[in-house]
Design a protein around this ligand. Sequence first.
Ligand SMILES: *[C@@H]1O[C@H](CO)[C@@H](O)[C@H](O)[C@H]1NC(C)=O
Ligand SMILES: *[C@@H]1O[C@H](CO)[C@@H](O)[C@H](O)[C@H]1NC(C)=O
Ligand SMILES: *[C@@H]1O[C@H](CO)[C@@H](O)[C@H](O)[C@H]1NC(C)=O
Length: 653
Amino acid sequence: MLCFFLLCCLSSATCSEALSRQRRSWIIDSFTIEEEHPGPFPYVLGKVNIERDYRVYFDLYGEGVDEEPRGVLSIHKDSGTIYVHKAVDYEERTMLKLQFEARTTDLSIDTKLGVEITIQDINDNPPHFQKDLYEISVKEEDVQGSHLLTVVASDRDQKGTANSTFHYEIKAVSPNTPDTEFVIEKTGAISFKGCLDHDAADMFTILVEAKDHGEVVKLSSSTTVVIHVQDGNNHLPSISGQTGSGKVKEGEIGFSPLRLHVTDKDTPHTPAWRARFTVHADEGGHFIIETDPDSNDGILKVVKALDFEEGAQRELSISVENELPYFSCQVKGKRSSGLWIVDTIRDSDPGAAQPHSVKVIINVEDTNDPPVFSVAVKEATVEENTPIGTWVEKVTAVDPDSSQARDFVYKVGNDPAGWVTVDPHTGDITTVKTPDRESSHVVNDVYTVLLHAVDKGEPPMTGTATLQIHVTDQNDNTPQPVETYLYVCMSDDPIATNITAFDLDENPFGGPFTFELLGDVRGKWKLNPSYGYTAGLVKEPSVYAGPHTVGVKISDTQGEFGVYNLSVTVCDCSVTGNCRTRRHSATRAASGAIGIVFASLVLLLCKTRCCYLSVVLLYSRRLKLMASGPCPALQLISCGPAIDFKLKWVSFF
Ligand SMILES: *[C@@H]1O[C@H](CO)[C@@H](O)[C@H](O)[C@H]1NC(C)=O
Ligand SMILES: *[C@@H]1O[C@H](CO)[C@@H](O)[C@H](O)[C@H]1NC(C)=O
Ligand SMILES: *[C@@H]1O[C@H](CO)[C@@H](O)[C@H](O)[C@H]1NC(C)=O
């Protein structure tokens, strides 16, 4: 309990250290209340004593009286004794600010002072961690001394006093392994000494305590730190065996001749366990090796065809590593302070263990290779109409096989018009039919034949070559008219129709052509023009309507000719202006209208009190039939004796 005496003149600043000038009023700051005081209440905090030779009354206002926290303090009106009525909390406020007044009997203010009552902290708060649980995952190859994580706590007691000062301590580590020791620094940073070993402990649970330095009482709290140790690659894979024939057929790809088995003590299906194989001494890059994701086997595959003729055996070297670089750590010695003595090995270190490798032998099996033609596409020229047995060309092939099936024969593969034969042994090609440039199998003057060379292997292998025979033209075709049926209109004036001709032979064996009329055509027919690809046939007025035959001779530029009888129909073109169009429109009228024409025919024949009604559904082409007779003989329906109509639909399809 504190006691305070205000002894002297309030106007002098020298009289007491407990009086200090703040702004414009005097304050008393010598009272302190200890927080969380257990009571009993009220207790006397102190007394304000003003030396006056007349009577004064004391009063107190402000925090702790009529402001929050209310009801903590009171003052005795006459004696000036200050009482404390309940406990206060330092962590809520560290000071109470009040006003003190002394009044004379006539209530005029005698003295007015500020009072500051300090709340004194006690150690009532333990350090408090930010998290109840810290959880991290670290790599097995993390080296000792490296920072893992930092725990943070804080203490709400008065700053800068022992009551709020605390330290961290590792209270327990589970499991407790001899090669790993965790260390916590003043800052809460956690690291370790020694080695992490996933095989020894894949997880550590650490209890960290923070304890303050309170003089009377020390308070503490704790948190849990969980550290997961990821499996590193601290076991090297090794090839433990192989399965498979070790044989590869030459020319084959995608085939796997060998599977290599591997052992690795790291956690299966992790990068520390998964094998990565490398093929060495594979000249020409014929092989790859893939890892089977389930078994970790190395599957050797042929990706580029091997050739027996280049070597019957291939010797390869295959090495294995893991996806994750190798790492190992061993504790060699412990020191009381500082880091321990450890021995770490990494892949990258010079002198680190070489990856395990094995030699494998792959046998290449000879297979039957097809004979190969020296020229894949060969060209030849033949004149059309050359006699049968004419030599065309010679093809040659060789069989690359070293041993079996070296023998082969030539055969004609595809010969669309059957023109040629090939000597099975020499490859000489001769004709067996007369070549015709105008054959439908000749495209752009070229006749194409496929030739095979078939060996005697089991099964036989076939090589193929193409022979393109260029067929040169001869004048072996006469000119022909495009149409032999012609139409000419009746007319008083000379009127012409066109005769168009063509020749299957090419120039200079084709057109333009010379046209000549045969027989006695004077006064009836003439040609204008008579030279070219089209001639004009002119009808004289004396020729009448009806069919006529006109003989014509058409000669090509070489004088080769053909003689043809042209059927010329002369007709009246007065309606349509053209015979041909008239004929066309007539047919169109009869058959053109596709669909169904609904025709009704009502025939009433009243001679014998009989009534015929026929409603006929028909195609237009049948219309002629129906319209031809007075009563359609096809479909008549007897209606009975009375006036009794029947209706029937007949469809013609
Ligand atoms: C610390 O707390 C104790 C009570 O636990 C108290 O007696 C002491 O005065 C406090 N110290 C400071 C410096 O506040
Ligand atoms: C007849 O041929 C000539 C020349 O080729 C052409 O101009 C004319 O239109 C043709 N006449 C008929 C009716 O086809
Ligand atoms: C043309 O007709 C005449 C007489 O009808 C006949 O003698 C002749 O052989 C025919 N010519 C041709 C090429 O058909």
